[in-house]
Design a protein around this ligand. Structure first.
Ligand code: RUB
Length: 328
C-alpha cells in the first residue's frame, strides 16, 4: 500500500475489527505485536519514512474498535519507544519496545491475579460476565493455591463470550453453571462475588465493560454481592482525567437480528425485498458504563483500589499529557 503499512498489520486490524481477536488485553498484545511486525518488515529507506509508516500502522490498528483504551495505550507506549537516527536503529528500538510491552502485559496480569485471588475464599461462588483474561487470572491463582471455586457464567448476548469463559473454567476443573443473562438476578442469591474485567476505567472510577455489566452491578448491590473488577493499569483511560467520555462501540445490528429474523418481523422475504425504511431499528451497543458507587474494588497489578481513588493512580502513571504520537 502507499502508506507502507504491511499486509500483516492490515490483517491484525481486520481480526480486531471482526473480533477474531477480542478482549482488551488480547487486543493490546496483538496491536503491539503488529507494530513490531511493521517495524521488522518495513521497506522504508529513510528514518522519516519509517516513522511515517509506523504512525500509519498505529492509526490503522487504532481505527478498529473505539472502547478498549488498552489499544491506544499500547500503541502510544510502543511509538514512544521508537528511537534512533537510522532506519536500523529505529527498527531495533521499536521491536524491543513492543517486546518489552508484551512481557510487561503478561507479568502485570499474573501479579493482578495474585492480588485478586486474595479476595476469593475456599468454596466461593463467582458470577462472571463476558470473557476477561484479567478476571480469569484471579480465579487461576485462587485454584492454584488450593481454593475450591465454583462459577455461574452469564452467556453474554449477543456474541456469547460466556462460552469462552465456561470452556476455560471447565479446563481448570471448575464446576460451571451457564445461565442466560436474564437469569442473573435470580442466581445472585448463590454468588459470593461478581467478577468482571474492564475495557476502560474512567477517572471517576466508573467501569466501561461488556454491555450488561452495569445492570449486573446494580442487581448485585441490591443483593449484597460485592462487585470486583479485574483490570490492569493499561485499562485506565487517561483522557477521562480532562473530561473526555469513553466512546461506546455500536456494532452491526445483524449480531442481534439476522436478515431472516428481521423479515419475520417486518415482512419481506425471498420475493419481497425488505423496504429501506421499515420502521424497525436495532441498537447493538457493545459496552456500558457502571458508576463507581456500584463497584467494590478495582484490582490492578499495582494493588486493589476503591474506584473513587483510581484517579490518583492515573495521575501517577500518565501525568496530564496524552497526545497521540501518531497524529503528530
Ligand atoms: C470484552 C470485554 C472484557 C474486557 C476485559 O469485550 O468486555 O470484559 O475486554 O477483558 P469484547 P480482558 O468481547 O467485545 O472484546 O480482561 O481479557 O482484557
Amino acid at each position: 500500500a502507499e502508506s507502507g503499512v504491511v499486509p500483516a498489520v492490515e490483517a491484525t486490524a481486520d481480526d480486531i475489527a471482526t473480533m477474531e481477536i477480542r478482549g482488551a488485553a488480547t487486543i493490546a498484545d496483538a496491536a503491539a505485536a503488529a507494530l513490531a511486525t511493521q517495524a521488522d518488515r518495513s521497506g522504508a529507506e529513510s528514518p522519516a519514512a519509517f516513522r511515517r509508516q509506523l504512525r500509519a500502522a498505529a492509526r490503522t490498528l487504532y481505527e478498529t474498535r473505539p472502547t478498549a483504551v488498552s489499544l491506544p495505550n499500547a500503541l502510544r507506549y510502543v511509538l514512544r519507544g521508537m528511537d534512533g537516527e537510522t532506519v536500523a536503529d529505529l527498527r531495533a528500538s521499536t521491536i524491543a519496545r513492543a517486546e518489552a510491552f508484551r512481557r510487561d502485559l503478561e507479568r502485570a496480569q499474573e501479579t493482578l491475579g495474585e492480588i485478586g485471588a486474595n479476595r476469593l475464599r475456599d468454596g466461593d461462588v463467582v458470577m462472571t460476565h463476558c470473557h476477561s483474561t484479567d478476571a480469569l487470572a484471579c480465579i487461576d491463582v485462587a485454584l492454584e493455591s488450593g481454593k475450591a471455586i465454583e462459577a455461574i457464567v452469564k452467556e453474554t448476548r449477543p456474541r456469547k463470550q460466556g462460552h469462552i469463559t465456561a470452556r476455560q473454567l471447565r479446563e481448570w476443573g471448575v464446576p460451571v453453571t451457564v445461565i442466560v443473562d436474564n437469569a442473573a438476578r435470580r442466581y445472585l442469591d448463590r454468588a459470593d462475588h461478581v467478577l468482571v474485567g474492564a475495557d476502560s476505567i474512567a477517572a471517576d472510577g466508573s467501569v466501561i465493560n461488556k454491555v450488561g455489566t452495569s445492570g449486573l452491578a446494580v442487581n448485585a448491590r441490591e443483593r449484597g454481592v460485592p462487585v470486583m473488577v479485574a483490570a490492569q493499569t493499561i485499562k485506565l483511560h487517561p483522557d477521562t482525567m480532562t473530561g473526555h467520555t469513553v466512546e461506546i462501540e455500536l456494532r452491526d445490528e445483524r449480531e442481534v437480528l439476522s436478515d431472516e429474523e428481521r423479515a419475520t418481523i417486518v415482512g419481506g422475504g425471498d420475493d419481497e425485498p425488505v423496504a429501506d425504511d421499515d420502521g424497525l431499528t436495532v441498537d447493538n451497543p457493545a459496552f456500558d458504563v457502571t458508576p463507581a458507587r456500584y463497584v467494590d474494588a478495582i484490582v490492578t497489578e499495582r494493588g486493589q483500589f476503591p474506584p473513587e481513588s483510581i484517579v490518583t493512580l492515573m495521575r501517577e502513571l500518565f501525568g496530564e499529557t496524552t497526545d497521540e504520537p501518531w497524529t503528530a
